[in-house]
Design a protein around this ligand. Structure first.
Ligand code: M6R
Length: 610
């Protein structure tokens, strides 16, 4: 979950590292540090808190260094403080290391090294790596080999970068389970845990795979495996515009990303709608259509918001393609003994494509013979690369920790997958065409909701002192209730629960009183009348009700306290519209509470540890 960046070349790397850390801050933001080599002297500077504080500290020192590594941390082992911040160094500060991941056998290794006389300063698992490398270098092996030997001994996950005054012309990087890329420049090279950190300098990217180790110099790089065999790597040209990773005129990335949805959703289906055939074109699934359509069962695995998108897909696929679907938390799937056969298709949904639990669940399903598909946003991410086939959602970089535009784009892509499968089964041409026509209208309908922004902001004002919230919906809108509750709790720290509306009577109704706001997602659909009854039940107990309703529903205005209207569409696409007011509601409540919505406490954008 931490962010890593490094530079080796002819320029002063301090501003490059700081800018990169700022771009990576969404991955972890409790402390940050840099390790530099200046005139062959090691310089390590760390600071608890945000990158801006580290920047402040460094700016007073006037350092000029053309090789350095840097890190922004999301604490796993050891509280966030300067000692536990990275880089970690060996005893004479000649080797420094930054790490993303978890070393599971660090205790055992640490005891062993302590018995050999090594002294540890921090409480982290990461420090063991630098001490281990120091130990091997003491046996007169090169830095590269010392890293390789250390990799052989550690259990767990890592993306690491190491620099040393012994070999100031090299940075060594290695990966197992945590992403690392090399960015190639002219007389300079970069390393990073995330392409976004270096995209303003280069678009020529080499993705390291698990078990690989690379030596990066200013004019060259070399990748080997753990057995010291040379590996030929492909250089990929990655296109990410700087605008897409900047806040522009918006106060927060989250707001920018909410507002971008008419465009991001369109990008998700651009060139993929086959109106004449009433079907979709998904290049990434080419050749796999029949196998998917003939699956006995579809299993969807994901975490957080992506899991909610999976729940919506369950309704879509079962309704239109008639294939049984199960949706699982990736973290649960990987630790039971799942019954998976070669006749199953498993879909792994992940914005980042790096979520450790989702990646591990995917590897398990693959091992058991299933067809594994990835639905990812980040191009070249681990899940995208390790799946048999898949579809990118093309939402563009999502920086805000709370996922917004990725969710709506995931729903679009899952709808396209549904249509593709359903058209090989029972879905008629006319019905397929109707879904496509409705999908084509979604961006302008989202815009209509966004144009109502001021009203949602006003409603938010009324709820900033609430301590709890209930979100209730049925059918396709039950996952939206879960998503609305997740958005609110993660950025406003208000406790919120999502429930299927009818389940309220089985327990949560006990919570209803005049202090309990209940958000009903209640478009006019097949369960509308039932949801109205649930609304009456809350009303009878004096709960305050906000309804997300369809524009032609005038009745609901009379029975609830606040109504936010959304345009009408077919049921399967309704979640793409009903979630938008919930994103805005959560955003405005959090902002009015004075909270940092882009970097909520304790969270990180992509959870690369289990
Ligand atoms: O990158 P992924 O989609 O795999 O991430 C999954 C969750 O960590 C993510 O959706 C998380 O729940 C977000 N903070 C939700 O806003």
């Amino acid at each position: 979950m931490c962010g890593i960046i490094g530079y080796i070349g002819g320029k002063n790397c301090v501003p490059i590292l700081i800018e990169g850390l700022k771009r990576l801050e969404y991955r972890g933001y409790d402390s940050a540090g840099v390790g530099l080599i200046e005139n062959n002297t090691p310089v390590v500077i760390k600071k608890k808190g945000r990158v801006a504080e580290l920047e402040n500290k460094i700016s007073k020192l006037k350092i000029d260094s053309s090789v350095g590594i840097a890190h922004t941390r999301w604490a796993t082992h050891g509280e966030p403080n300067e000692v536990n911040a990275h880089p970690h160094v060996n005893k004479d500060s000649t080797i420094f290391l930054v790490h993303n991941g978890i070393i599971e056998n660090f205790n055992e290794l640490r005891t062993d090294l302590q018995n050999k006389g090594f002294e540890f300063r921090s409480e982290t698992d990461s420090e063991v790596l630098v001490q281990l490398i120091d130990f091997f270098m003491g046996k007169d092996v090169s830095l590269f080999d010392a890293v390789r030997y250390a990799m052989n001994m550690v259990k767990g996950t890592y993306g690491i970068a190491i620099a040393s005054t012994h070999v100031p012309e090299k940075i060594i990087v290695a990966r197992k389970g945590s992403p690392l890329v090399i960015g190639l420049g002219n007389g300079e090279n970069f390393i990073a845990s995330d392409v976004n950190a270096i995209i303003s300098y280069t678009s020529s990217i080499v993705y390291l795979d698990d078990g690989e180790i690379a030596c990066v110099q200013k004019d060259s790089f070399e990748v080997k495996n753990i057995d010291d065999e040379l590996i030929e790597k492909e250089i990929q040209q990655v296109k990410i515009s700087i605008d897409s990773i900047s806040k522009g005129n918006y106060a927060h990335f989250m707001l920018k990303e909410i507002m971008e949805q008419p465009v991001s959703v369109k990008n998700s289906f651009r060139g993929r709608l086959l109106f004449e055939e009433g079907s979709s074109k998904l290049g990434g699934l080419q050749g796999f259509e029949t196998r998917i359509a003939n699956s006995n069962r579809i299993l969807i695995c994901a975490c957080g918001t992506s899991w909610h998108a999976g729940l919506v897909a369950e309704y879509m696929i079962e309704q239109y393609a008639g294939i049984p679907v199960e949706v699982e938390y990736a973290s649960e799937f990987r630790y039971r003994n799942p019954i998976i056969t070669a006749d199953d298709t498993c879909i792994f949904i992940s914005q980042s494509g790096e979520t450790a639990d989702t990646l591990a669940a995917m590897k398990e399903a693959k091992r058991r013979g299933a067809l594994v598909l990835g639905v990812c946003n980040v191009v070249g991410s681990s899940i995208a690369r390790e799946s048999h086939a898949g579809v990118y959602i093309h939402a563009g970089p999502e920086i805000g920790v709370a996922s917004t535009k990725a969710f709506t784009s995931q729903l679009v892509v899952l709808a396209l997958i549904t249509i593709l499968i359903a058209r090989t089964k029972h879905l008629s041409l006319v019905d397929g065409q109707n879904i496509l026509r409705e999908l084509d209208k979604i961006p302008s309908k989202i815009q209509q909701i966004l144009d109502n922004h001021a009203k949602i902001e006003k409603i938010a004002e009324e709820f900033i002192d609430s301590k709890n919230f209930l979100y209730l919906g049925r059918g396709y809108n039950f996952p939206v209730a879960l998503e609305g509750a997740l958005k609110l709790k993660e950025i406003s720290y208000i406790h919120a629960e999502g429930y299927p509306a009818a389940e309220m009577k089985h327990g949560p109704i006990a919570l209803i009183d005049k202090n309990m706001p209940a958000v009903f997602i209640s478009p006019v659909d097949s369960v509308y009348e039932k949801v109205l009854s649930n609304i009456e039940e809350v009303k009878a107990r004096k709960g305050r009700i906000i309804a997300i309703a369809t524009e032609d529903d005038n009745y609901i205005d009379k029975i609830v306290d606040y109504v936010i209207k959304v345009p009408n569409t077919i049921r399967m696409l309704m979640p793409i519209l009903t979630v938008i007011p919930l994103q805005l509601l959560a955003y405005h409540i959090a902002v009015k509470k004075g909270l940092n919505v882009d970097q909520p406490r304790n969270l990180a954008k992509s959870v690369t540890v289990e």
